[in-house]
Design a protein around this ligand. Structure first.
Ligand code: RTP
Ligand code: MG
Length: 140
């Protein structure tokens, strides 16, 4: 498997509880390299555009409220099989279903306030990375 990049977001529930470092330690411990990182306050438009794939879902409005409720840390992770590896480290969407040692099992508050986002395919990763980062801001 070639070296890949994926987009990760540390969500507002986690930044609020000062968990950025602990989450980064789990990511780095899994062999993922943080090759770009920025703390931002997402605008409503940014959240709605980023999660547009979910716009017909009943939780869409609440999800956009949550994602704009405080700062997030957007980051590009690099490594072998990075998309799948990041999702493995994050654990299941619902923390009740997440495996021990995963970010969501250790830190998530609920199915919505679940501490981390990770791209779900290499194709979506490329789109999501370009949404937040210019090429020159990623230093591998
Ligand atoms: P993500 O996109 O954030 O990495 O999460 P995911 O792939 O594991 O889950 P996805 O189905 O893409 O859902 C995106 C985010 O929406 C919130 N959600 N709320 N209330 C609900 O039933 C519900 N379901 C999903 C979560 O914040 C989820 O991560
Ligand atoms: Mg998703």
């Amino acid at each position: 498997m070639a070296v890949e990049r994926t987009l990760s977001i540390i969500k507002p529930d986690a930044t609020r509880r000062n968990l950025t470092g602990k989450i980064n330690a789990l990511l780095e411990g899994a062999g993922l390299r943080i090759v770009a990182q920025r703390r931002i306050q997402m605008t409503r438009t940014q959240a709605e555009t980023f999660y547009a794939v979910h716009k017909e879902r009943p939780f869409f409005g609440s999800l956009c409220d949550f994602m704009t409720s405080g700062p997030v840390v957007v980051q590009v992770l690099e490594g072998e099989n990075a998309v799948a590896k990041n999702r493995e480290v994050m654990g299941a969407t619902n923390p009740a279903d997440a495996a021990p040692g995963t970010i969501r099992k250790e830190f998530a508050e609920s199915i919505e306030a679940n501490s981390a986002h990770g791209s779900d395919s290499a194709e979506n990763a490329a789109v999501e990375i370009a949404y937040f980062f210019a090429g020159a801001d990623i230093v591998g």
